[in-house]
Design a protein around this ligand. Structure first.
Ligand code: NOJ
Length: 566
């Protein structure tokens, strides 16, 4: 059967065919010289995004916020943060994107609000219907209601003197959790969701969405877990009912995409969100494949982090490809604003900067599922170096380091510095490197977070001028994905599961087959795969200047990535 005939039988959607580009507005482009990126700054770069070829922009939160967690603490869902501009600026951005056939998805943060949100301010005064908008519990001021940990370190409860009760916050103390059991909370959220949909957006990335339903009574968590309490709020008892309600009453009437952020969920649990009737999520950001380099106590383990094993990574990715993207659909990503730079984590940002960045790009753009590119990855931005805690803005990093100090597990920041320099969320938040000019062309004044020093050599301007750059390669890959339905809808089959250097897979749709061979290592190797016939292979794209057309007759160089049509 031809590709065309097969396509008539698959469930095609614009969001399956799209390549998404994630923008962290604070760090993207500053148009008014205050050192902070803003919405007009993004609008100035719409032509850049169009040239790269991406289809959808995911904008991290731009709502009014006091910025305890850079916008993930929303004070007013219907207003734009002053530092970022005005609602009119936002409307201009949307119009500019739509004029170029690009779409915009917004971050939807509905597990919690800011402490400064009107709902919380009224709730702490027990004002009418707002009294139970959050999780309030009695208890002596030195005795939190249960033993749950905040994801940002320390207890998940803070005592509010005004109300004389404790409130729950899974994240920072400035981010109180909304009580989804209260139907008025759900009504207010749905109204807000519809308000944004009516403004013409194209979808949502739903923050911490699997945390919105908590076990009734908020019982103590298992004290032996790294994140105490998580079993009582991740994937909670009413999660699918709530999501279904939001879907039925809001999203169902619009042609939009949804991607749920789902930390702490297994692959099996994630699948439950994707099935039809499972709450209307089109795809998910789950993190199982990103645990491979963690130490025994998770991502903030002091020792034993940083090493990862290719065959373990392949096994997890293959489960995600088959059981999530294959059965339903999924988001394909390795980095975002909460994670270290992909190149420093999964590539070799020194010895094989260009080659390994291109290999990772090849991987992201040839899998089944919607690929997400995080700003700056298209030019090979890398982790920065933070010499003291003062250089860090991220409340997660500072919260965890403070917790380690308080627990006596470290005596000074220096003892955690290597871990921070591997793991901190600020690595991906250093300003976008546009040029080699002062402040990387990001701002005319002091940037809010220090720049990565390597901006003089790694920047957009030089990447666009260089025909062999990482940027050009991303662009070519995006074009290739747009041209080849097999790369979007084709089935995924892993080859050589136990090979410790080669990650290879086939994508097949009808009579079309594409073979992807990645030498994910810094040593040469061969592609020793008797089960497939490569005699007539043709190279579609490669990250080395020349390569042989038959992968079996070829020595793959360090981080070589080649895509063939079979
Ligand atoms: C996940 C977001 O990606 C992260 O940046 C934020 O800190 C937490 N959720 C809390 O909203």
């Amino acid at each position: 059967m031809s590709q065309h005939t097969v396509l008539e039988q698959v469930d095609t959607e614009w969001w399956k065919e799209a390549v998404v580009y994630q923008i962290y507005p604070r760090s993207f482009n500053d148009s008014d010289s205050d050192g902070i990126g803003d919405i007009p700054g993004i609008t100035d770069k719409v032509t850049y995004l169009d040239k790269l070829g991406v289809d959808v922009i995911w904008l991290c939160p731009v709502y009014d916020s006091p910025n305890a967690d850079n916008g993930y603490d929303i004070r007013n869902y219907r207003a734009i943060m002053n530092e970022f501009g005005t609602m009119a600026d936002w409307e201009t951005l949307l119009a500019e994107l739509h004029t170029r056939d690009m779409r915009l998805i917004m971050d939807l943060v509905i597990n919690h609000t800011s402490k400064e949100h009107e709902w919380f301010q009224r709730s702490r005064q027990r004002d009418g219907k707002y009294e139970d908008y959050y999780y309030w519990r009695d208890g002596a001021p030195d005795n939190p209601p249960n033993n749950w940990n905040s994801i940002f370190g320390g207890p998940a409860w803070t005592y509010d003197e005004k109300r004389g009760q404790w409130y729950l916050h899974l994240f920072d103390e400035n981010q109180p959790d909304l009580n989804w059991r209260n139907p008025d909370v759900r009504e207010d959220i749905k109204e807000m969701v519809t308000w944004w949909l009516e403004k013409g957006i194209d979808g949502f990335r739903m923050d911490a969405i699997n945390f919105i339903s908590k076990t009734e009574g908020l019982p103590d968590g298992d004290p032996d877990r790294t994140l105490v309490g998580v079993e009582h709020y991740s994937h909670g008892p009413h999660i699918h009912t709530y999501l279904q309600e939001v879907y039925d009453d809001t999203l169902a009437d619009y042609d939009v995409m949804t991607v749920g952020e789902m930390g702490e969920t297994s692959i099996d649990q994630t699948a439950e969100y994707l099935v039809e009737g499972g709450g209307g999520l089109d795809m998910a950001f789950q993190f199982n494949h990103l645990t491979v380099d963690e130490g025994p106590e998770g991502q903030w383990t002091l020792d034993g982090w940083g090493k990862w094993d290719l065959s373990e990574f392949k096994a997890i990715m293959t489960r995600c490809q088959n059981e999530l993207a294959g059965e339903w659909w999924d988001a394909v990503f390795l980095g975002n604003h909460d994670l270290p730079r992909i190149l420093s984590r999964f590539g070799d940002d020194e010895g094989y900067h260009r080659e390994s960045a291109k290999l990772i790009a090849t991987f992201l753009l040839t899998l089944r599922g919607t690929p997400y590119i995080y700003q700056g990855d298209e030019i090979g931005m890398t982790n920065a170096e933070f010499v003291s805690l003062d250089e860090i803005d991220d409340p997660m990093t500072t919260g965890i380091v403070e917790m380690l100090l308080a627990e006596g597990r470290i005596e000074s920041y220096e003892e955690a510095a290597d871990l921070v320099n591997y793991r901190s969320r600020d690595h991906s938040r250093t300003p976008m490197q546009w040029s080699s000019e002062t402040n990387a062309g990001f701002t005319d004044s002091e940037p809010w977070l220090k720049l990565n020093r390597n901006y003089t050599s790694i920047n957009v301007e030089s990447a666009i001028d260089d025909t062999d750059s990482i940027w050009q390669y991303y662009k070519e890959l995006i074009d290739l994905r747009h041209a080849e339905d097999v790369l979007v809808y084709g089935e995924y089959n892993l080859l050589l599961p136990n090979d410790e250097q080669i990650y290879a897979y086939r994508r097949t749709l009808g009579d079309e087959t594409i073979l992807v061979v990645l030498n994910w290592s810094d040593k040469p190797t061969t592609f020793d795969c008797p089960s497939i016939n490569t005699a007539n292979a043709k190279v579609l794209i490669t990250n080395y200047e020349s390569t042989s057309t038959n992968p079996k007759r070829h020595e793959f160089r360090p981080y070589e990535a080649t895509v063939y049509r079979l």
